[in-house]
Design a protein around this ligand. Structure first.
Ligand SMILES: *Cc1c(COP(=O)(O)O)cnc(C)c1O
Length: 465
């Protein structure tokens, strides 16, 4: 299995190489050259299997020549720290409507599902090849804490996380700033998540720097993350009757990684009837799918901060597919987005995207109302991102089983939940002292040179120690 860049100007790589690289050197994202299809009989055979065994069978065809027994062992232990034996349990909230709870990992958001596996895969790869890496991540809140949790204290790895100062919840910030391990570097940037992500992409694009410090990426630009997220679409659909019965999903969306994983699951043969993109008031994806015109309007902070994003990296993967693999068309659109703040999706490609993805948006008031309604009607406290999806799901419920992805634990966003319901969700016991731990954070400017100097300094100090 080879991986190619959406911009068509980087060499094809193996799974392991693509995972260790993250972003392609031409600025594009890696995609498998072709998506292996699971025959119906193989999907049917997943019924009743553990999350781990399903994960192994779903991901195995994508990982190429990764030693099979090692891969099986890493998959088997990946989710051991989760607080629920099912890893991603379904909870019924209506006659034909389920929540898929993806927040039972160590940092209480779905990013743990992929990160706990990637942390192990990267460690195994480093042990095999030797060397050190500097992981650089940009986060709207949850990827950063999940990456720090996966790599804290790991020898040979330093983890640098850029987050937008003042735009993450207190729990999110504390999960990044309280780990005491010296290989953890929480970097607060004055700006938005999009600024963080642009700085990160520029750092990767500087090849001399990237190779010099051994830069590796764990954002959802990293294909391995998308792949790991395919697994829970499969476990959920199989539990609800696939392959014999189709299932629809509503996905709270920011950087488009999660919903894109659902698209890959469908390309593998999973019977997915509708895949619905749910956005908050930062609704560029909804507008793009509705109008064919992708245009930035400025990010407004919301009560679902992990989705306060305008430059949605993984949309580029869907675009590349929609253009039938025409990397030149993708390059032109991405250049226009950067230079002019927007682009118009080619006619045929727009049609394809609309066939693949439905969409909806929730305003701030609608999000709060969805939190209240979930509490009133089902006794569930949901996080504001899940609430965005529940609002959009109201137009989708019907005869087909519907799964709404619950992407974070409500206690990660207690202020929004309390404002809507009057109830303050408590942190699980293992995180109960989070508010008492000392914080450690470095403020950085939106300046590539300054960021690179900081990373070099920290690595020099670490490697001298
Ligand atoms: C990251 C995140 C999202 C958005 O997921 P994408 O893959 O970026 O679309 C939604 N909800 C929560 C809680 C998140 O952390």
């Amino acid at each position: 299995m080879r991986y190619v860049s959406t911009r068509g100007e980087a060499p094809a790589l193996s799974f392991e190489e693509a995972m260790m690289t993250g972003l392609a050197p031409d600025g594009g994202l890696y995609l498998p050259e072709s998506v292996p299809v699971m025959p119906e009989t193989e999907i049917a055979a997943l019924a009743g299997l553990s999350f781990e065994e399903t994960a192994f069978r779903v991901m195995r065809p994508f990982v190429g020549d990764w030693p099979e027994e090692e891969f099986r062992a890493l998959v088997a232990e990946a989710w051991g720290s989760f607080g629920h034996i099912a890893r991603a349990p379904l909870r019924q909230i209506g006659p034909s409507h389920w929540l898929l709870e993806l927040f039972h990992g160590p940092t209480l958001a779905f990013k743990d599902v992929a990160m706990q596996l990637i942390g192990r895969l990267m460690r195994a790869s480093l042990a095999r090849r030797g060397g050190r890496v500097a992981i650089l991540g940009a986060t709207s809140g949850d990827t950063g804490s999940a990456a720090i949790e996966a790599f804290r204290g790991v020898p040979g790895v330093d983890v640098f996380i850029l987050f937008p100062e003042g735009r993450v919840s207190e729990v999110q910030r504390r999960q990044m700033t309280t780990p005491a391990e010296p290989n953890v570097h929480a970097l607060a940037l004055e700006g938005t998540f999009d600024d963080c992500q642009r700085l990160l992409k520029d750092a990767f694009a500087d090849r001399a720097f990237a190779e010099g410090v051994g830069l590796a990426g764990v954002n959802s630009i990293n294909w391995a993350r998308v792949l790991a997220q395919v697994v829970y679409y499969v476990t959920a659909a199989v539990a609800l009757g696939a392959p014999g019965r189709a299932v629809s999903f509503v996905v709270p969306t920011g950087n488009f990684g999660d919903v894109y994983a659902g698209h890959i699951a469908r390309r593998m043969g999973l019977p997915v009837e509708r895949l619905v993109v749910a956005t908050n008031q930062n609704d560029i994806l909804h507008r793009t799918l509705q109008s064919g015109e992708s245009r930035k309007a400025g990010v407004r902070p919301s009560i679902s901060p992990s989705m306060d994003i305008e430059v949605s990296s993984n949309f580029e993967r869907a675009l590349f597919e929609a253009y039938g693999g025409d990397a030149g068309a993708v390059r032109a659109d991405m250049a226009a987005l950067r230079a002019e703040g927007g682009f118009r999706v080619g006619q045929g490609a727009w049609g394809r995207l609309r066939d693949w993805f439905a969409s909806g948006r929730a305003s701030e008031e609608e999000t709060a109302e969805a939190i209240r309604r979930a509490w009133r009607e089902t006794g569930e406290l949901v996080c504001p991102h899940t609430a965005v999806a529940l609002h959009v799901a109201r137009d989708v419920v019907g005869a087909t089983p519907l799964v709404t992805l619950a992407t974070a634990h409500p206690a990660k966003f207690p202020d929004a939940v309390e404002a809507a319901t009057g109830l303050r969700p408590a942190l699980p016991p293992r995180l109960a002292d989070l508010y008492d731990r000392p914080e450690r954070v470095t403020r950085v400017r939106d300046d590539l040179g300054a960021l690179q100097a900081l990373i070099r300094d920290r690595l020099r100090a670490a490697r001298a120690a």
